[in-house]
Design a protein around this ligand. Structure first.
Ligand SMILES: Cc1ncc(COP(=O)(O)O)c(C=O)c1O
Length: 349
């Protein structure tokens, strides 16, 4: 919530992926017109919420979903702004688990089907066709696929215009990539220019979803060494008190985060497997990382944990969620207190 407020103060808006994210955005001070509602499986209750609030646009995934929005809107006597998510069939070049814009992916509709659905939707009294939406994947470190997707979607919007369907915006993602190895990232300026170049001939407003890059590099997970033991000659297991319950990405899709000792420790570098305490063999933050051998009590910092760390955290093995601290100009402020066992059990009857 603290981070969401900060994004609002900085002039950002919201790409919400559930009713819960819409509610958080409202409580953080956003207005419904600041919110686009995306998501591959919106429930009836979530659609009702979006229609009642009249969000900026619902990014619909299928003809069936548009039918449900149309019905709810007519019953409420409103016309809901919608965009249709299309698959431009462009490979984003990132990990398969975070690529979203190819024919085989579950998100949205292929272009030829989308064209038919747009024509049908143009006549529905509960729908206001506002835009086309596409997202080709996360972690874009090469902008060529994004530009290609922009061109495909721009050409699609022009075809619709020739059919008399005039849209207002193009909502385009692909999120900017975080170089988790600490290398230079693609600049937001280059990201913006490649999209603008691709779509400016349409004259339509551009809505962008730069994604995790906004918050990921700002966050670090600070964890403490609780055990050290030998694995092999010159190789060690360093067991820390955080694991996949606090940062799931390494176990989920083999993500590699930089792991650093904040206080220099003397001694030769050895190879360390930094592992969590969870009862899963995949609960490993890094393998064969060269560093001076830490001792119990040392801190280890997991870098670039500001995106999909807290959001994907769980109480697996009954680990209470850690505190979250926002450091602004060197001043620390707790923005979420540490979870207690009572908090963890509060919902149990
Ligand atoms: C529409 C949309 N926006 C954003 C994201 C997440 O992007 P990122 O990982 O860059 O934060 C996804 C991921 O699938 C998505 O489909």
């Amino acid at each position: 919530m603290g981070i969401t407020r900060l994004i609002r103060e900085l002039g950002g808006r919201v790409d919400a992926n559930s009713g819960g994210e819409i509610e958080v955005a409202l409580r953080a001070g956003f207005s419904p017109d600041d919110i686009v509602f995306t998501g591959v499986g919106k429930t009836g209750a979530e659609l009702e919420l979006a229609v009642r609030l009249q969000v900026h646009a619902v990014n619909a995934e299928s003809r069936g979903e548009l039918e449900r929005i149309d019905e709810l809107s007519q019953a409420a006597g409103v016309r809901t702004r919608v965009a249709l998510r299309v698959k431009p069939d462009v490979a984003a070049g990132a990990h398969p688990h975070i690529s979203t814009g190819q024919r085989s992916h579950k998100f949205g509709l292929p272009l030829e089907e989308a064209e038919v659905v747009f024509r049908w939707a143009a006549g529905r009294p509960g729908l206001h066709l506002a835009g086309v939406h596409t997202h080709i994947g996360s972690q874009l470190l090469d902008l060529a696929p994004l530009r290609r997707a922009g061109e495909v979607v721009a050409a699609f919007a022009m075809r619709l215009r020739e059919d008399g369907i005039e849209l207002e915006h193009l909502d385009l993602g692909g999120g900017l990539g975080i170089p988790y190895d600490g290398a230079e990232s693609v600049s937001p300026g280059a990201y913006a220019s490649s999209l603008v170049e691709a779509v400016k001939s349409t004259g339509l407003t551009l809505v962008v979803e730069p994604g995790r890059w906004i918050v990921g590099p700002a966050g670090a997970l600070v964890t403490r060494v609780v055990d050290v033991k030998q694995k092999d000659v010159g190789r060690y297991f360093v067991v820390v008190d955080a694991g996949m319950s606090e940062l799931l990405r390494p176990a989920l899709y083999g993500a590699n985060h930089r792991l650093e000792l904040p206080a220099p420790r003397p001694g030769e570098e050895v190879r360390c497997d930094i592992v969590g305490p969870i009862c899963e063999t995949s609960d490993v933050f890094g393998t064969d990382r060269p560093m001076p051998l830490p001792v119990v009590g040392d801190l280890i910092v997991v870098r670039d944990a500001g995106a999909y760390g807290s959001a994907m955290a769980s109480n697996y093995n009954r680990h209470p969620l850690p505190a979250e601290v926002l450091v602004d100009s060197g001043v620390p402020r707790v923005i979420r207190r540490r979870q207690t066992v009572d908090d963890m059990l509060a919902l149990e009857i």
